[in-house]
Design a protein around this ligand. Structure first.
Ligand code: KG4
Ligand code: ZN
Length: 352
């Protein structure tokens, strides 16, 4: 392959379609010029993501998202230096739409194409608005598909030190919301309903909290809520108490494990990212915990917490600037990381 030379401040068009958000962004250097996110309302009728519907929606939305991202950034395809696209993990059909669209654009406009690992997008999203955030740091990624802790040493080096053994934190929020007869996605709804509830009403299980591991488990919490819902008449007040107590259990575990990791690995900075990091109770709890231990804490703004192409473009820019482009032809890598295993960045890339 010919060695490509990129400008110091490359202009990157990024595409992210790993799950149920169709997103396109334009990033120059560390500046996000546009970040279009089209969330797919179609899944709310089903209480969860329907993979086939997600890929069909991506097909409908991707062209508009890319056009809007370019026009909002005030640039054209010919000015773009490279195209970045999420190639995994995620839903195979959803990933295929984004990667094939990106490959088509790259071919038509003769642009280099960079595959980006979805979790790398989340891991480094704390650096998006604070690029001078120091390494090493502990990065918690808590979303609908993943809950994992990473020890991040540099732009090119990180390892997973723990992950969920069953559900992801966001999945727990979503499933509990479903049990309570609420809509999808459950996280924001549970947060809303928690406002009127008392978090001390139910002492729900905090999975693996007392164990010497950075793994997570949310299945005990889910079972406890299911049993309670089966035996307790639910009105609005009771529902709010359940929401507040369940949210408190999830926030407690996420905060304590993240801070414990920071202390054990002697890092000064913690980052919380992924859809669940939009949760205000989690943000407050992390902020308080970090300041008690004199740690620096970073959390992206809402639009960079959920799945978004800006974080993918940002990682691509760092790769270009740090001489790490992976411009070879690539396939999608739908498989997620397994728990109980510590992965390095290189192993994560070659998992499939
Ligand atoms: O990162 P994301 O957009 O997609 C995945 O990669 O999964 O995360 C979506 C997840 C969903 O499970 C949703 O319920 C959760 O993030 N979420 C929240 C909040 N906003 C989104 N969970 C708790 N509180 C929120 N405010
Ligand atoms: Zn995600």
């Amino acid at each position: 392959m010919n060695k490509l030379v990129f400008p110091d401040e490359p202009l990157v068009l990024a595409i992210e379609t790993s799950c149920d958000d169709t997103s396109a962004a334009v990033v120059r250097n560390n500046v996000v010029l546009s970040n279009i996110i089209a969330s797919q309302a179609v899944h709310s009728n089903w209480g969860g993501i329907v993979p086939e519907l997600a890929s069909r929606e991506h097909v409908l939305l991707i062209g508009h998202a890319v056009n809007r991202a370019l026009s909002q950034a005030g640039c054209t395809m010919s000015q773009v230096d490279a195209i970045a696209v999420t190639n995994g993990p995620g839903l195979p059909g959803s990933l295929l739409v984004g990667t094939q669209f990106a490959k088509g654009l790259a071919l038509r406009w003769e642009k280099p194409l960079l595959p980006v690992h979805h979790l790398e997008g989340h891991i480094y999203s704390g650096h998006l608005e604070t690029p001078d955030l120091p390494f090493p740091c502990i990065s918690l990624v808590a979303s609908g598909g993943h809950t994992a802790l990473f020890l991040v040493e540099s732009w090119s080096s990180y390892q997973m030190i723990g992950s969920t053994r069953d559900d992801a934190a966001g999945e727990a929020f979503d499933k509990i919301a479903k049990m309570l007869g609420m809509g999808y996605p459950g996280g924001p709804l549970i947060e809303q309903h928690s406002a009127g509830g008392d978090p001390h009403t139910y002492n729900f299980p905090r999975g693996l909290i007392a164990e010497q591991t950075f793994d997570f488990s949310f299945s005990g919490l889910k079972t406890a809520v299911r049993r309670l819902v089966q035996h307790t008449p639910m009105n609005d007040t009771e529902r709010s108490h359940v929401c507040a107590s369940a949210q408190a259990a999830i926030v407690d575990v996420l905060t304590r494990k993240t801070l414990a990791a920071a202390l054990q690995f002697k890092v000064q900075t913690v980052v919380v990212a992924g859809g669940v990091s939009a949760n205000s109770a989690l943000r407050t709890s992390m902020l308080e915990g970090a300041s008690q231990h004199n740690l620096r804490f970073a959390v992206p703004r809402g639009e960079y917490c959920i799945d978004n192409a800006a974080m993918i473009g940002f990682v691509a820019v760092q790769k270009l600037r740090n001489g790490l482009p992976e411009l070879e032809d690539f396939t999608i890598q739908p498989r997620a990381l397994r728990s109980k295993t510590s992965y390095t960045r290189q192993q994560i890339k070659t998992l499939n």
